[in-house]
Design a protein. Sequence first.
Length: 275
Amino acid sequence: MMRCRHFMSALLLVCLALFSVSCVPSSAQGTGTDERQGYQYGLPLRTTASNDELLIEHTGYVVAFDTRHNIANYVAWTLTADRLAPVVSRKGTRFEQDPQLPTATAAAYYDYKDSGYDRGHLCPAADNTWRLQAMTDCFYMSNICPQIHALNDGVWNDLEMACRRWAQLGDTLHIVAGPLFNDVNKARKIGQSHRVPVPDRFYKVVLRCNGSKRMALAFVFTNDNKNVRVQNGIVSVNSVATLTGLTFFPDYTAADRKALFSSTSTDGWKFYWPK
């Protein structure tokens, strides 16, 4: 009888352990460094904590979501040549509400209908061809912002392609992207069931690593049709830190941090290639 009790207790513990694992979203279970290498230098730290910010981990990226205004504060991910493996395409993938957000704050596909704005990816679909779940997750609306088509299909796309080119050349890229508002409370709103503010600008911060070599730049573009070339949006990482109140790559503590994140030098950077 005693042995039976011990056996049943052990069996119960095993079942509870299995149940706990099954309750973790598949996007958070991970498959090794492929999904977690984006945290090598840490996620952005906020100067002032916000009770409205919800941090969500998906396959291939992390989103810090503003539940008060129904839009991402930032999305962070890592890009390598391995993540550009053509395992899947975006064909047939649908925009969906983020299942890890409360329904009340999870913008939906139809909130953008007839708004005049594109459903603009922060972490782009073409960075997530390495795994089906990564492609699916990048179409969650928490990764989407209202973008003027001329920006989404213009220099924003040009910068995305440049990032993929740098990764294909052997660099590991740590990227953070997000919207910027002059005043989010006064911003134009779109949406039917959910009100989504339209950003005034967008930023992208890029840290390129290749062996011991480190390069960093940031980019800010206005949400209109006035952006011409990627180079016109270059600013320092520290400039975007001031605009957002975020400390980027907080675990990067090398002696060159101040110089690296204050630089706007384009030495060693190339933004366009012949087609």
